[in-house]
Design a protein around this ligand. Structure first.
Ligand SMILES: Cc1ncc(COP(=O)(O)O)c(C=O)c1O
Length: 346
């Protein structure tokens, strides 16, 4: 699985008593770099977890090819990407099975908490049904037997929230289109600004922009200021302009304390389990692109932020104007502010 994602993509592997093994990311899509997957496969590997991060689908054709070669399953984490399409196919249908969060912030939301599981494999659907319901077989229209066959949980969704999500599903194409139009406008405007690198969306897929992400790279335009100082000064100045721009992840997943200490269930489990491969450790230095992304990126909104409908190009213009005001119209003042930050840290 990718070293850059939200923790839940990895902790759900631990919830299943599996041990996550990480792979660096591809710098443009920020998704798992398929070219680096094979070197991480070992005799214990069961599946490749693909996270359509920020709303960008992964390189599924290449990943399925690797999975087939090594008899692995492909599991899609589409939590951030409802509405994105890869080679004509919707997110949620791109792996052997997929999970898509319906948490209140998401592109498709159940207002509070909830999630979707999808697969076209009957056996996996059946298994998921049992996992969802205490390990029991529950058949609609039949009396519940209250006999658990396996470890299961209560993953039922609140009916009112499900109804809300269903109603949103009808609106998803229009909501996605609105975000795409807004973010493509931001791309066009921000790509012209000094020290900013916008993402390229490969021609074979669409981006649904749960987050609008760009990189801060003063060095690419010959500006000799540390990335972090340029980034923090920009976020601060944008905030003063009322343009919500933020950092998101601050650590790669393998660098987070859970993975450094390697104790999920007590006594070092599952890493210390006698069936585990011994000696698994996590070193952030093995994921230089994920680390570089964390240093460089800033992002705007998700669905509850300002990038979705009913906001339109009128607001996007104001956002883009504020970037331009800081980075171009008041460049000298901005650079002095960033320099000051850098000097203060020396
Ligand atoms: C990439 C990713 N995977 C998984 C999740 C977990 O979803 P949930 O909060 O619905 O459990 C989230 C977000 O919360 C996410 O962003």
């Amino acid at each position: 699985m990718p070293a850059f994602t939200f923790l839940a993509s990895a902790s759900c592997v631990l919830h299943s008593n599996g041990i996550p093994i990480f792979v660096d990311i591809e710098p443009n899509t920020c998704c798992i770099d398929y070219k680096k997957i094979e070197e991480r496969i070992n005799e214990k590997t069961k599946a490749i977890v693909c996270v359509d991060i920020h709303g960008m689908p992964c390189d599924y054709d290449e990943i399925h090819e690797i999975a087939a070669k090594h008899s692995l399953k492909v599991i899609e984490d589409g939590a951030q990407a409802h509405g994105s399409v890869y080679k004509g196919r919707q997110v949620g249908s791109l792996g052997d099975a997929a999970g898509c969060s319906l948490n209140g912030s998401k592109n498709l939301s159940a207002l509070a908490e909830g999630g979707l599981f999808s697969t076209d494999d009957d056996e996996m659907a059946d298994l998921a049904g049992r996992v969802r319901m205490f390990g029991e077989y529950v058949t609609p229209g039949e009396q519940r037997k209250y006999n658990s066959y396996m470890m299961g949980w209560n993953y039922r969704t609140d009916p009112l929230q499900s109804a809300f999500a269903r109603s949103q599903l009808r609106r998803l194409p229009a909501l996605t289109e609105a975000r795409q139009k807004n973010c493509q406008y931001l791309d066009e405007r921000l790509s012209k600004l000094p020290g900013i690198l916008v993402q390229e969306v490969p021609a074979d897929r669409t981006h649904s922009y749960f987050f609008y992400v760009f990189r801060v790279q003063p060095y690419k335009d010959g500006i000799d200021i540390p990335v972090w100082a340029y980034r923090d000064a920009l976020a601060e100045a944008l905030s003063a302009e009322g343009t919500p721009t933020q950092r998101w992840q601050h650590y790669t997943i393998p660098e987070q304390t859970l993975f450094q200490f390697r104790d999920a269930y007590g006594q070092g489990c599952p890493w210390s389990c006698k069936f585990a491969r011994p000696g698994i450790t996590y070193d952030g230095a093995e994921y230089p692109e994920a680390k570089r992304l964390i240093d460089e990126f800033l992002c705007m909104g998700h669905s509850t932020g300002g990038l979705g409908a009913p906001n339109d190009l009128e607001l996007m213009k104001l956002y883009a104007d504020s970037y331009e005001k800081i980075l171009v119209d008041n460049q000298a003042e901005f650079l002095a502010m960033a320099q000051e930050k850098a000097a203060a840290a020396m």
